[in-house]
Design a protein around this ligand. Sequence first.
Ligand code: ATP
Ligand code: MG
Length: 256
Amino acid sequence: MTAVLTLDSVTRTYPARAGGPATRALDDVSFAVHEGRSVGIVGESGAGKSTLLRLLLALDHPTSGQVTYRGRPLAGADRALRRQFRRDVQIVFQDPRSSLDPRMRVGKIVAEPLRSLGVPGDRGARVAQVLEWVGLEPDVVGRYPAQFSGGQRQRIAIARALAPAPSVLVADEPVSALDVSVRGQVIELLRGLRATLGLTVVMVSHDLGVVAQVCDETLVLRDGRVVEAGPTAQLLAAPTDDYTRRLLAAVPRLPG
Ligand SMILES: Nc1ncnc2c1ncn2[C@@H]1O[C@H](COP(=O)(O)OP(=O)(O)OP(=O)(O)O)[C@@H](O)[C@H]1O
Ligand SMILES: [Mg+2]
């Protein structure tokens, strides 16, 4: 199995703020994300989930240890590798209200990564295709984000992420800002896209129930350390750690 992304003994310490102690947000974390698999990162608030995603996206750098992309360290990567990485790994943020520019029409929003990454080909056709994949009509291109519901906006954000044909989709709490009534639909969309496009998915959620529906592997973080990791089904059926059991107990209803 090819590892698309790995964390090798990664520690990330944030320096002390006025008077306070330094924070070890991640402590000796190692894991691999394999091609075509989906990995969920769960843990309580402050566990280090967003820190881990930022490192995976090369938006931040480890204090020690290393992050690799397709077998090569991201630190000191050459231009060609950075370019490949920027196109191949795309992100969907938590809240589409703040992640979509309200002054831009949807067509331009979705085409933006094609433009900034210099992806060749017919942009209009590509935009129409990814909009169809997320269940939106082609005529939405002329409208503004404010004209859509939260769920539809998150679909637009997903379309934008898919536009440059990434193989990896990274999502930080992709449904937690949405109305409960549409969460299921967006989760279903992510599941379907994953299957049809063969995407590799890394998803952060404080909700083990959401992860259970999308991810075949789960990593449980607590205070910056991995307390449990493995196939999601196994972890749900027989959690070995008390902390995981508590996270499970907080899940209102797991899909049967
Ligand atoms: N820029 C920063 N400077 C200092 N400390 C930080 C910074 N970012 C995060 N931290 C601290 O690092 C720890 C992990 O934070 P992180 O945001 O990764 O947690 P999280 O699991 O994403 O939490 P949440 O579920 O609330 O989003 C926390 O103690 C947090 O206060
Ligand atoms: Mg977070």
